[in-house]
Design a protein around this ligand. Structure first.
Ligand SMILES: [Zn+2]
Length: 109
């Protein structure tokens, strides 16, 4: 991605900002690793470690500190991170996974 100050054209600069917002990476300079659960196409639960921004994607405020929490589903125990954002916005795992995939795609691009 270009640095915004290096883009002389305001329209192009705005487009770059919009693109960053759209990909959810505007605040992704600082990242954190979290362990979350996801359902695969067989509806079985997987525990995955992903990298996400350490800032809330909705307001840019800092995300809460992740803490491991143990769950049991159909006799299978697993632990995933839970966190509470100080700003009050709730991170749902599907959104977190989408953000992590976007981040990964940008880094490998
Ligand atoms: Zn927020």
């Amino acid at each position: 991605m270009q640095h915004l100050e290096l883009i002389p054209d305001t329209g192009a600069a705005l487009a770059a900002i919009n693109e960053a917002h759209a990909s959810g990476l505007f605040n992704a300079k600082q990242t954190m690793q979290v362990i979350v659960s996801e359902r695969d196409h067989n509806h079985s639960l997987n525990v995955v470690t992903v990298t996400i921004s350490s800032a809330c994607p909705k307001c840019g405020g800092p995300r809460g500190k992740p803490a491991m929490q143990r769950y049991c589903e159909e006799g299978w125990f697993y632990s995933v991170h839970n966190w509470t954002n100080p700003c009050g916005h709730v991170d749902y795992y599907p959104d977190v996974l989408r953000e992590a995939r976007g981040l990964m795609a940008q880094r490998s691009a």
